[in-house]
Design a protein around this ligand. Structure first.
Ligand SMILES: Cc1ncc(COP(=O)(O)O)c(C=O)c1O
Length: 444
């Protein structure tokens, strides 16, 4: 097992990788992004191996998904055992133990702050988002939804309407869902409301936009079904909002009987050092959406809603594959491993941030280091303080060629979302490579 340093034996992409990329480009959708030419053969723990025999340290976990690391033996065994029994029966219409156990586990985790909940299982994050839109509308008998600038909620029609991060996700797909409105998202580093960085935590006025603009100029709060928000923005730039922002949203929802939905598809399942960011940030939503890390890479998502909110009736919502038994088995094993790993995630996350801050003191190109647990953003800036977007692209490519897998988000941020089982030693190895890359690239 690779535990020390990644090893690049053949400059990537090597010959086997090149051949695979050529085949891929001939047949796969041109909408795929493909950040850099990584062609995976297998993975183990925090390491990924390409088809030419190179190894890479993984600081992005397949976009915050492989929470227990690559091919965790307990998760693999749970999948194998489950697959050997039955592959499908349809959880919408029939019963099986792994689905019940998973819903019990999810409900139990959030019970201390959400009380009694019920769970709907989907196949993906975006499908959980669609379900939440339906649920909020059904429950409140209202239509309007408030989402945020910089948000990312997925790729289906409802979810892309909520998105506020890149126009390419929406362009060409109109008409989108009607009755969706966007508000500014609290960003202490680049405050969208002009409140200074130092005051951001107490003085954030983003939520005032909802009460003073939307509710005054556009519609009444009694028309709003849901406010859907990422408690820590993912795709938008790994942005930690001010504490006041989420508390204000909770109050707006309480005052106006609006459903508060936390999209924790990226921030959930231990990434912040608690099972959900709701717990880390001390604000309880009415609905939590989870997916990505929940089953270490198997496709499953969930809507966890207060019982008082999940009021839709028999046949209102369902899914052929949602809560597939093999995915449920993977999720049950994953949640057990993550529950035991939470203290390590907090500790390794603190080291990660402290080491990144040392790099910030050394490299002026690092404008901001932020995050909690192993959801860490590092924003790169030019000399004039503007986002260093091209620089981040170059950094991703260079790091890849040195054996470190990075992934950007926002305008010029690298998101550090490694497997949650990563060790301090592995973090230090990865940050040494990052340091070398920054030294080589110089200022932006
Ligand atoms: C916050 C958030 N919501 C929703 C989604 C969509 O999830 P999926 O790609 O599983 O549909 C993502 C995916 O990146 C996400 O980060």
């Amino acid at each position: 097992m690779q535990t020390t340093r990644p090893q690049i034996k053949i400059a990537p992409p090597g010959p086997k990788a090149k051949a695979m990329i050529e085949r891929d480009h001939a047949v796969t959708s041109p909408s795929y992004i493909k950040e850099y030419p990584l062609v995976v053969n297998h993975g183990e723990g925090s390491f990924v191996y390409d088809v030419d025999g190179n190894s890479y340290l993984d600081f992005m976990a397949g976009i915050a998904v492989t929470s227990t690391g690559h091919a965790h033996p307990k998760v693999v065994k749970a999948i194998q055992d489950s697959a050997s029994k039955f592959l499908h029966i349809c959880g919408t219409d029939f019963y099986y133990e792994s689905m019940v156990t998973l819903c019990e586990k999810l409900a139990k985790t959030v019970a201390p702050y959400m009380g009694q909940t019920k769970v709907f299982l989907s196949n993906s994050g975006t499908e959980a988002v669609e379900g939440a839109i339906k649920l909020a509308r059904f429950h409140t008998k209202r239509h309007k939804i408030i989402a945020f600038n910089g948000a990312f909620h997925g790729r289906t029609m409802g979810a892309i309407t909520l998105n506020g991060s890149k126009y390419t996700q929406k362009s060409g797909f109109s008409p989108l869902l009607p009755e969706v409105y966007h508000a500014p998202y609290s960003n202490p580093y680049h405050c969208p409301c002009g409140v200074s960085k130092d005051n951001a935590d107490t003085g954030c006025t983003c939520s005032d936009y909802i009460t003073n603009e939307l509710f005054v100029r556009h519609f009444q709060p009694s028309e709003v079904a849901a406010i859907i928000v990422e408690p820590i923005q993912g795709e938008g730039g790994y942005i930690m909002p001010s504490k006041k922002f989420l508390k204000d949203l909770r109050k707006i929802c309480d005052d106006n009987k609006i459903v508060l939905v936390f999209d924790e598809i990226q921030s959930g399942v231990g990434r912040t050092g608690d099972m959900y960011a709701a717990e880390t940030l001390g604000v309880a939503p009415d609905v939590i959406l989870t997916a990505k890390g929940i089953a270490s890479g198997m496709p499953i998502g969930a809507i966890i809603a207060k019982t008082s909110v999940m009021t839709w009736g028999r046949g209102s919502h369902g899914s052929t594959y949602g809560g597939n038994p093999v995915c449920c088995a993977a999720a049950n094993a994953t949640l057990d491993i993550i529950a035991d790993t939470l203290p390590q995630i907090r500790k390794v996350g603190q080291t990660f941030i402290a080491e990144l801050k040392k790099l910030q003191a050394k490299h002026k190109v690092i404008g901001d280091v932020r995050g909690v647990g192993l959801m860490i953003g590092c924003e790169f800036i030019q000399k004039d303080g503007k986002p260093a977007a091209d620089y981040v692209g170059k950094l991703e490519q260079l790091a890849f060629r040195k054996g470190l897998l990075l992934l950007s988000c926002g305008k010029s941020t690298i998101r550090f979302a490694p497997p949650l089982v990563i060790t301090e030693a592995e973090v230090k190895v990865g940050l040494e490579i990052l340091d070398q890359c920054l030294t080589e690239l110089g200022d932006a």
